[in-house]
Design a protein around this ligand. Structure first.
Ligand SMILES: *Cc1c(COP(=O)(O)O)cnc(C)c1O
Length: 431
């Protein structure tokens, strides 16, 4: 490993004060037998660690940085907010503007409520679905991650998948029992459950494009089937678009697949790197939220000026013509380059992408669900992660995460990345 003195020293100190040395588990890099690099600064497609090493970044703060780091538009929007005031806990005009932007982009949403994280958005959407239907049970899918609320931390993806734990201690069985988790892309198992207990199910929550068990696209008919079945059984359909919203398309997966869920959860990109989440949907559902209705949900910093400004500035740039086309063709170059290099080196991989959201499994069979994903070669992934990091390519430290390309990645960044991957794939065959 190259010089990591400063990161190692900081990690030692962090471990004394923060559990695992981090404030979110996957950052600790344990599943890839590594210690975290501490970041000093970032610009465009690059991040720089505290030992002066530069990386091409494909994590993008786990999704939000679709414009790359420190885009001018977002920085100047934040600076002007700082000159006015940081937080008031009272209404501001920018909340309406961001809500307008969101509602105009997502055809299923009439109204929206801002919160501070994706976790809050999904937790609140499920509460609302339960209140609206008067039912307690919910259906989710194995390997989908919807934040860390008690109800949703059953057979979850992201860090839960990375650490290989089935759920989490601290969640009462009486709560977990209300959550049924089924295989992704498997409509028959949904049909079975709904036929037996459809009238007890408040909602189905799904990542319409999965990104927290690695990247997995919905198979043809899966989302359509969920919409039909939930209509039939009176369950609400919740699209968790915290990752896919504004990522796979300006109006999220629901625009791509032309399906209107009842509720949608957003986060990540709509905050432009500031802590934000949002949930919204049909008016007759949303008016059940306090103070309009009885379903309680609140937030000291919800709709705060910095987050609203960063989000708005980001969404404005995304509206530029050809923004998504350019990003998709760059990502296509990367993904097909990785695939060809692996093939040439004789390493079986599965790659895929929608827009700038991408994935790579060290797997010799196509991956349709979490069970398939878990059959990936985790030793190969470890070698890949370490080899890429050594070569200045920063990817998520887990086989069970998606990758992201930003508008600031250049063609030469991408060609360098493919070149680095090719070297690492060749090293792998010698293992
Ligand atoms: C990131 C993510 C969340 C959780 O968002 P936080 O802001 O980390 O709480 C929920 N759902 C999906 C699909 C996500 O990708």
């Amino acid at each position: 490993m190259s010089n990591m003195q400063n990161s190692i020293a900081l990690n030692e100190r962090a471990k004394q004060l923060l559990p695992g040395g981090v404030n979110s588990p996957v950052r600790a890099c344990r599943s890839v037998d590594s210690t975290p690099v501490f970041i000093e600064k970032a610009s465009g497609a690059y991040i720089y660690d505290v030992d002066g090493k530069k990386y091409v970044d494909y994590v993008g703060s786990w999704g939000p940085m679709i414009l790359g780091h420190r885009p001018l538009e977002v920085v100047s929007a934040l600076v002007s907010v700082l000159n006015e005031g940081i937080s008031y806990g009272a209404p501001i005009e920018e909340e309406i503007e961001l809500a307008d932007c969101i509602v105009s982009a997502f055809p299923s949403m009439d109204m929206v409520r801002m919160v501070n994280s994706g976790t809050e958005a999904t937790m609140s959407a499920v509460r609302l679905a339960r209140a609206y239907t008067g039912r307690d049970k919910i259906i989710k899918f194995d390997g989908c991650y919807h934040g860390h609320a008690d109800t949703l931390l059953v057979a979850a993806g992201s860090g839960v998948a990375t650490l290989g734990i089935p759920g989490s201690p601290g969640i009462p069985e009486s709560i977990a029992n209300h959550t049924l988790s089924l295989p992704y892309n498997d409509l028959d198992s949904v049909k079975d459950i709904l036929n037996k207990q459809g009238d007890m199910i408040a909602c189905i929550i799904v990542e319409p494009v999965a990104g927290n068990m690695g990247f997995i696209r919905p198979q043809p008919g899966f989302l359509e089937g969920l919409r039909e079945l939930t209509h039939k059984h009176g369950n609400l359909l919740i699209f968790d678009e915290v990752m896919s919203g504004y990522r796979v398309a300006y109006g999220g997966a629901q625009i791509l697949y032309n399906i209107l869920p009842d509720l949608t959860c957003l986060g990540k990109i709509i905050g432009g790197g500031m802590p934000v989440g949002a949930y919204g949907g049909r008016k007759d559902i949303m008016i059940r939220i306090a103070p309009e209705g009885p379903v309680y949900q609140a937030g000291t910093l919800s709709g705060n000026p910095l987050a609203m400004a960063a989000g708005l500035a980001t969404l404005k740039v995304l509206q530029q013509s050809n923004f998504y086309e350019n990003l998709a063709s760059k990502t296509d170059l990367l993904v097909s380059g990785l695939e060809n290099s692996a093939k040439e080196a004789g390493i079986p991989i599965q790659t895929d992408h929608i827009g700038s959201m991408m994935g790579l499994f060290f797997n010799d069979a196509p991956v349709y669900n979490f069970d398939d994903a878990k059959k990936s070669n985790l030793n190969h992934f470890k070698t890949y992660y370490q080899g890429m990091r050594e070569r200045g390519i920063y990817i998520a430290p887990s086989q069970f995460e998606a990758g992201f390309v930003s508008s600031t990645h250049s063609e030469s960044d991408i060609l360098n990345t493919i070149n680095a991957a090719s070297q690492v794939f060749h090293e792998m065959i010698l293992e």
